[in-house]
Structures are given as C-alpha cells and as structure tokens.
Ligand binder design. Structure first.
Ligand code: NAP
Ligand code: MG
Length: 516
C-alpha cells in the first residue's frame, strides 16, 4: 500500500466542549502522577543515579511535576559507546522499516495527545492551544520525515556513463547527540530525534532540564512503536555538566542542537576540536536564537498588523525563537498603531496554564529573573507604556510588556530577551524599516505588513531572514509548508520540516561498476 500524501495535523478546537472536557480530565489524571520518578535509559537498561533533577510546574513553582536522574560524565560516555554498538545493527535496517516505526509513533502520539498536552501544560506552562500545536507539530515531523526517508531511499538520478552501472545511496552518519530546548519541548525534540533515527543513526538524547518529561514521553512512544533498544538513549542531566562530555567524545559523529546562541557557539567550537582516536569531522546542526521583527508599513491594514504583532509577541509568553520582539512601525501610523496595540494587549489576562489563560508563566526562575532585568534595562532605553511587572508569586508570571521609542541600537532592540517583552521602534520610511530589521546578528523570522506589492518585492530581496512572512504573524511555521530555520547567528542555515533536512543526518555514497 502506498503512503498517503503528507498533510498537516489539524489543531484541536478547545471551544468544543468535548475537547475542553478531555483536556481538563487529562490535566487531573496527569496531576495525580506528579512527583513520580523516571529512570535514565542506556541501551534499554534502566539506570538510577544519586543526584536527581526535578521538573517544576512554572504556574505553581512549589509543585514538582516529575523527578529524573542526573547523568554523570561516566554515564554520558557509556551512552555514546552503547549507541555506537547499536548503530552497527540499526544502520542495516531497511529505510522502509524505519519509516514504519515513525508512522506508528505518530499514531501513538495521536492516541495519547491529550495526555501529552497535559504534561506539557504542567511542565512548561503552555496554554491549551499552544500545547496542542506543539504536539500536532511533533506528529507532522514523524509523518513528514517518515515520507522523506522513503524519498531519499529511492533510486537517485545520475548522469549515464557508458560502460558503467552507477548508483548513489544515502547512508547514515553514526551515533549522535540530540540536545533540544524546552520551548517547543515535544515538537523540536521529536523532530530532531526522529530525523536522526529514521536516517539510520543512533541517538543519545539529552533533554532540556526544564522539560525532561517530554523526552520521557517520546521514549515511551518510540518503545511502543517498536524501536529496538539502544537506538534511542534517554540521558537527562545538566547541559553544562554532561554536555561537554557528549559533544567532545571522539565517537560522537554529529550533534543536533536547538537552543541559545551562546550554547550553540560553545558546542560548535568544542565539536570542531579533534580528539585522539576521532576519525571524522563532527557535523553540527545548530538552530539558535532570534530577534525577530515585524515591519508595519504606512500602507498596511493596521488591525491585521496589531493582531499579528500581539499574537507573535505574546503567544507562549514570547518564548518562541520566532516570536516578534520588535515592531518597526512607520512614523505616519506610529501613534495610531501604539494606541491600538495597547488596547489589544490590555485584553490579555495572565494566569495559570492549567486554567488556559492567554498569557501563562515564563518557564523558570532563571528566565523570570533574566526577563525582569531586561525590562529594567528597557525602561532606561525607551518608554514603558504597558506592563513591566511581575504578577503574583505562585508562579513565574510577568505582565505582557510594551516599551516604545526604542532606538535601533539599544540592547533591548538587539539582544534576545525570550519573554513577553515587545520593543517598538519608529521608522522614517520603508527603507529605514528594512535597515533596522537587518541590524541584529540574528536572522530567523520576520514579517511585513503592507499592501504595496513593490515593497513586498523589495522585502523579499532585502529582509535577511530564513522565514519571511507577509501580512501574517511571524510565528507558527508548519512542517512541509514553511520549512523552518534562520541565518547568521540563528544557526547553521538548516530547515527543519523541509526537504533538505534529512540530508543533514546522512552522507552520500557512490558506487560505480564497470560493465561490458
Ligand atoms: P539553552 O539554554 O541554550 O539550552 C538548550 C539545550 O542545551 C538544553 O538541553 C540545555 O541543557 C543544553 N545545554 C546547556 N549547556 C550546554 C553545554 N555546555 N553543552 C551541551 N548542551 C548544553 O536554550 P533554551 O533556554 O533551552 O532554549 C531557548 C533558546 O532556544 C532561545 O535562544 C531560542 O531562540 C532558541 N530556539 C531556537 C530555535 C530555532 O529553530 N532556531 C527553536 C527553538 C528555540 P540544560 O537544560 O540542562 O541546561
Ligand atoms: Mg518546568
């Protein structure tokens, strides 16, 4: 039977009472399991360590969601060595069989969807729709990469050479390390890991310390889907403690990382150092930070622009690499835009993720302190016109915050804040707006609101970001439709959810046989 064409998994509608009651029930069920402990897994072996890592509910910071093991350097090393052993078998499993495991995993995620959403809401503070979009994206990655490996394993076109039988095949790299962030705690983890696995590699997965439960759930899903033991090894632990061991190990063949610029650059540098006994140049796939702008032109539908900016800036509390953190607004519509913006943001209420508030908590105390200190900096660099305060001390809540009249070279205009803080900048004209939009070291997403086709054409040529949108929000990239990844300090120019992505986990081998 042929595989049906890929299509995006629809996102659930929580105004439907059936879905609402299912998610509420799942939240209660998940809560009854809070505080349980989960092992670290190396080649199927369940391991417990003395040191533990606790995952916390950011909406209610006294609440421990789950308890995990904290890998030591010795365990990290053991994981790589076991992954290498298993690689020698897994690489020979036919691509079709590997793809089948991903398709099966997608169905298991569909079946466990409300439960996965509920864990995510509890562990990182997403509201219902944000959590469901994350889980739906994970399903998309599984379905998309499953189909992609089928495409790559077909006969590849080569120029005919007389007297020869030639063939090019894509083969896996080896045992690699996957290091995801907490902000798309299921989708990105599932995407990077499944891409590595379906191409025939084995993986040591070190989940983010803020969202290890999501890694555990994926481990369970893959086990049920029939993934042989040792192909996926689940190794939670502190990035700064075991990260260097995993990255620098001479047997590590590749590192797939998504996270901050600082950690990405560190990994890239460490991976480049040749270690004794290392036979290859390690491949680093690093998807890093963003400082994403929306340009609001004077020839724009302002209502649409305000809606797009608000959704992009404050969805999941601005904790998306694609979040709009700068609105660059033409001076002719600047005052009007700000009035409309303030009114719209005024409708966003802040509260616990479990109760599905539009704005929930930020993920951790580190994030909370860092964002609040950026707000203090912002107050000296522009004019705070909305928010700016923490709210309540039950969880890590911060009001959606707007700072206007920010200069292009201000720190809050250039540095990634990763929270519910929007800087508004004034542009003299469209050229000036583009100039400001390109003035950061990042290049991830951007959007332009204008009805002028010439300006759209110019932005297509000049606005230097990996994902550029027009007259729509700059978040919410869809697998298959919007392959995702940025330029410059936003990463290694890869495109998750696109046709080039699996190539990052493979190498091409050519054989040529003389025939008479
Ligand atoms: P982060 O602090 O850089 O952490 C990312 C991962 O790296 C975590 O698993 C972390 O583990 C680990 N890590 C930390 N230090 C390490 C080290 N020395 N060696 C190896 N691994 C190490 O980023 P985050 O706060 O989780 O995520 C937010 C960032 O991700 C933002 O900058 C955002 O823009 C970016 N992001 C980018 C994309 C994209 O597609 N370009 C998508 C999503 C997010 P611990 O948790 O144990 O520290
Ligand atoms: Mg947490």
């Amino acid at each position: 039977m042929s595989t049906p064409k890929f299509k995006n998994e629809p996102i659930l509608d929580f105004s439907d009472k059936k879905n609402l009651s299912k998610i509420q029930k799942a939240l209660e069920q998940v809560e009854s399991k809070f505080g349980q402990e989960y092992p670290l897994i190396i080649n199927g072996e369940k391991i417990h360590t003395d040191a533990k890592l606790k995952s916390i509910n950011p909406s209610k910071k006294g609440q421990v969601v789950s308890v995990f093991q904290k890998a030591t350097k010795e365990l990290a090393e053991k994981a790589i060595l076991e992954a290498i052993k298993v690689f020698n078998k897994w690489k020979n499993v036919p691509p079709k069989k590997r793809a089948k495991i991903l398709f099966k995993a997608a169905n298991i995620v569909r079946r466990r969807r409300f439960e996965i959403n509920a864990w995510m809401i509890s562990e990182v503070g997403k509201n219902y729709v944000e959590a469901d979009a994350d889980t739906a994206e994970a399903i998309d990655f599984l379905e998309f990469y499953g189909r992609e490996i089928l495409r790559y394993s077909k006969k590849q076109p080569l120029t005919k050479v007389k007297g020869e039988d030639n063939e090019l095949v894509y083969i896996p790299l080896g045992a690699g390390v996957v290091i995801p962030p907490w902000n798309f705690p299921f989708a990105i983890l599932v995407g990077m890991t499944s891409a590595a696995i379906v191409t025939g590699n084995t993986v040591v997965l070190k989940p983010s310390s803020d969202s290890p439960m999501m890694g555990w759930l994926f481990y369970e899903v893959m086990e049920e889907a029939g993934l042989p033991k040792g192909v996926l090894n689940f190794v939670p632990g502190s990035g700064s403690e075991v990260g260097d061991t995993l990255v620098s190990h001479p047997k590590t063949r590749f590192i797939a990382f998504t996270g901050s610029k600082e950690v990405g650059l560190h990994i890239n540098q460490l991976a480049a150092q040749h270690q004794p006994g290392q036979f290859w140049i390690k491949r680093v796939i690093a998807e890093m930070g963003g400082k994403d702008s929306i340009i609001v032109d004077d020839e724009a539908n302002l209502t649409d622009a305000v809606n797009g900016v608000v959704t992009s800036a404050f969805g999941f509390q601005g904790q998306k690499c694609s979040a709009c953190s700068r609105a660059i607004v033409n001076e002719k519509v600047y005052d009007k835009f700000i009035d409309m913006l303030k009114e719209k943001v005024g409708q966003l209420k802040v509260g616990p993720a479990k109760e599905n508030y539009p704005v929930g908590p930020v993920v951790s105390s580190n994030a909370y302190n860092s964002i609040l200190s950026y707000i203090e900096i912002g107050k000296t660099e522009g004019r705070l016109i909305y928010g700016g305060n923490p709210c309540g001390d039950e969880g890590f809540y911060i009001e959606p915050t707007i700072i206007i009249d920010v200069e292009p070279n201000a720190r809050i205009s250039l540095e990634e804040i990763f929270g519910p803080v929007l800087a508004v900048l004034k542009a003299k004209d469209f050229n000036h707006a583009l100039e400001i939009a390109n003035n950061t070291e990042f290049g991830l997403t951007g959007s332009v609101y204008t009805t002028n086709k010439k300006k759209i054409k110019r932005a297509k040529e000049e606005f230097y970001v990996g994902n550029l949108y027009f007259n729509r929000k700059c978040t919410g990239a869809l697998v298959g439709g919007h392959p995702f990844g940025g330029f410059n300090m936003s990463g290694t120019d890869s495109k998750a959810g696109g046709r080039d992505y699996l190539l990052l986990f493979m190498q091409a081998k050519l054989w040529s046989e003389k025939i008479n």
